[in-house]
Design a protein around this ligand. Structure first.
Ligand code: BTN
Length: 255
């Protein structure tokens, strides 16, 4: 990408007009040895993938649909921190490019007000306890207008264009995102998770809210109080007991 101020992130770009999903294409490229920082981009995804097996609505030209390959030398249990880091990088980029007050909903949704503008899907390739690579899928509703969303999304999704009233320059956004991601990532690799944790908490939609969580094993209600040093969400129940939540669907309740 011309004019890109990074060493690795975004230096190799594989761009498509139409794909089913950029995720399997990024896995294929990574398995064939694509360098760290490779970006797979598409104008249109006909079968975009969201978390928990959900579809990701990815119409032509209105969004940023991209998958990033990284190869961090970190232990397997730390890989969820990469999702938190990505959410911080996207939130900072949106703030810098548009000035909009974005928030991160745990673990990896980017919200403006009470509507989702971006989702992140991290997929891992590992052997025993060694990370080969991660594919981080980022789906950002950039230039969609209200009528671009199907009825079931209209009340819960938004775009940067809808919120700011201005069209987003997607190339400039991707360049800034690459630069911010690389800066966060290099700092993380050298100094650890502390700064990401702090920035995630500073941008959080979730911290301080009453939440109902459905994990695989239990339903839990309480106040989200922060992340632990590994990036796991801490929820305090009404008895004052702290629970650590690794993965769950979160519902919010006014308090
Ligand atoms: C979610 O919030 O459920 C995650 C959505 C991730 C969507 C992106 S778009 C680019 C990449 N390709 C996909 O098929 N999914 C991710």
């Amino acid at each position: 990408m011309a004019g890109l101020a990074t060493d690795r992130i975004g230096q190799n770009v594989i761009a498509y007009d139409e794909v089913v999903s950029t995720q399997p294409l990024a896995h294929e490229a990574a398995a064939k040895g694509a360098v760290e920082g490779t970006l797979v981009l598409a104008e249109l995804q006909t079968g975009g993938k969201g978390r928990l097996g959900r579809p990701w609505h990815s119409p032509k030209g209105t969004g940023i649909w991209m998958s990033l390959i990284i190869r961090p030398a970190i232990p397997l249990p730390k890989t969820p921190q990469m999702t938190l880091l990505t959410a911080v990088a996207v939130a900072k980029t949106i703030r810098e490019e548009t000035g909009l007050p974005v928030k991160i909903k745990w673990p990896n949704d980017i919200f403006i007000g009470d509507k989702k503008v971006c989702g992140i899907l991290t997929e891992l390739n590992a052997e025993s306890d060694r990370v080969n690579y991660l594919v981080i899928g980022i789906g950002l509703n950039a230039n969609s207008v209200e009528t671009d969303f199907p009825a079931e999304l209209a009340q819960i999704a938004t775009s940067l264009r809808i919120e700011s009233g201005e069209p987003l320059k997607r190339v400039s956004f991707i360049q800034r995102l690459c630069r911010i991601f690389e800066e966060e990532y290099d700092h993380y690799l050298q100094a650890g998770f502390e700064r990401v944790k702090q920035e995630w908490e500073d941008h959080s939609y979730t911290i301080g809210k009453w939440v109902t969580l459905q994990t695989i094993s239990q339903q839990l209600e309480g106040r989200a109080v922060g992340l632990d040093e590994e990036g796991v969400l801490k929820v305090e129940d009404q008895a004052g007991q702290i629970h650590k939540v690794y993965s769950a669907d979160v519902n919010y309740r006014a308090n």
